[in-house]
Design a protein around this ligand. Structure first.
Ligand code: SAM
Ligand code: SF4
Length: 340
């Protein structure tokens, strides 16, 4: 291991950075954003050069996996410049994986260039295969375009994993059709429990909460699920569907707590480092970055200091819902801010 490695107070090595490159998005998924969003002024965002310095500083400190997210990362202007620049860390062996989480709307344009930049796998978020439902859920998305993007990604040689947010009363009737579609396209699939982020007091969020234990039991009515021991250091657990060979993941940050093996931190597009998705504690690293344009000493010290504050676990809890319908543990910030 890198002798300068980042180790948090609970002896967890920090090897995974999720970096949000924009707060903007061409969709407005109901569980993620409000209909009317005010986006940040450009000067608040890290520039492409600053994103490079930031990511490179983390890689110098032992981060081996970098996931680019947002907002929608592929709507950030000239983002390919950043991806192309990151390739040097893959080539040098400092970075094991450069990857991206996307809504897929721009994949048809970017797939080949992402491969060129060294990206081997992408996660595409897709919650329904029904075009009308898709438009309602994303408030403006075009399903056909996303499906075309997925095909373009596969044709360019990218491995595609589908992430679907489990929403009771919305996509529970598509549990098998989504699984079968993904299996037929040789794509792994991960279900994500909806998290209480964003608009405070949003009534649907608790109504739509579909615990993944429930989802899993329904899957077992038709499939034989063999648990896999694979761990990614995140809140995902995987099974193999014996009938199709497909891998299905479950991300259950609410009903289970897998914080003990957490290896990751998240950075917002403004350079704030969140040590935990479910906690508000954060460190402003943009200040160190901008105060010393040609010297990363303060930045590296800031990163090290921030990691000493990484908490043991998160605070999400639907069970603490208050009688007025406002979930306890609700995070005020939107998921598009920290990138999920
Ligand atoms: N725009 C990209 C996308 O949708 O893949 C990247 C950013 S998005 C914030 C990252 C992931 O967070 C997506 O898979 C999305 O479904 C998930 N997400 C957003 N809001 C969520 C919520 N309230 N609960 C659970 N997952 C959420
Ligand atoms: Fe945009 Fe992704 Fe949030 Fe949907 S989940 S609004 S695609 S950032």
């Amino acid at each position: 291991m890198n002798t300068h490695a980042l180790i948090d107070p609970f002896q967890r090595p920090i090897t995974y950075l999720r970096l949000s490159v924009t707060d903007r998005c061409d969709f407005r998924c109901t569980y993620c954003m409000a209909e009317e969003m005010t986006f940040l002024p450009k000067k608040e965002l890290l520039s492409l050069e600053e994103l490079d310095r930031m990511a490179s500083a983390f890689i110098g400190l032992g981060v081996r996996k970098l996931r680019i997210t947002g907002g929608e990362p592929l709507v950030r202007r000239d983002i390919l410049t950043f991806f192309r620049a990151m390739r040097r860390h893959l080539d040098s062996g400092a970075l094991d994986e450069l990857t991206v989480t996307t809504n897929g709307s721009q994949l048809h344009r970017f797939a080949a260039d992402l491969v060129e930049a060294g990206v081997a796998r992408v996660n595409v978020s897709l919650d329904t295969l029904d075009p009308d439902k898709f438009r309602t859920l994303t408030r403006r998305g075009d399903l056909a375009k996303v499906l075309g993007g997925i095909e373009a990604a596969k044709a360019a040689g990218l491995r595609v994993k589908i992430n679907a947010v489990a929403l009771k009363g919305v996509n529970d009737d598509e549990l098998f059709s989504i699984a079968e579609w993904a299996a037929a396209g040789d794509m792994d699939l991960t279900w994500i429990e909806v998290m209480p982020m964003g608009e405070e007091g949003h009534p649907d969020r608790v109504d739509q909460y579909w615990p993944l234990d429930d989802l899993r039991s329904t899957l077992e009515e038709r499939y034989t699920l063999a648990p896999l021991s694979e761990r990614t250091g995140g809140p995902a657990r995987y099974v193999r569907v014996e009938e199709t060979g497909q891998k299905i993941g479950f991300i259950t940050p609410l009903s289970h707590n897998f914080c003990e093996s957490c290896n990751r931190v998240r950075m917002t597009c403004t350079g704030e480092l969140y040590m935990c998705l479910g906690q508000e504690d954060r460190a402003d690293l943009r200040r160190s970055l901008r105060a010393h344009p040609n010297d990363d000493t303060a930045l590296v010290a800031g990163i090290r200091e921030a990691i000493t504050h990484k908490p043991k676990g998160h605070d999400f809890d639907y069970a603490r819902q208050r009688p007025d319908g406002v979930p306890g543990g609700q995070m005020r910030r939107h998921m598009s801010h920290t990138g999920g």
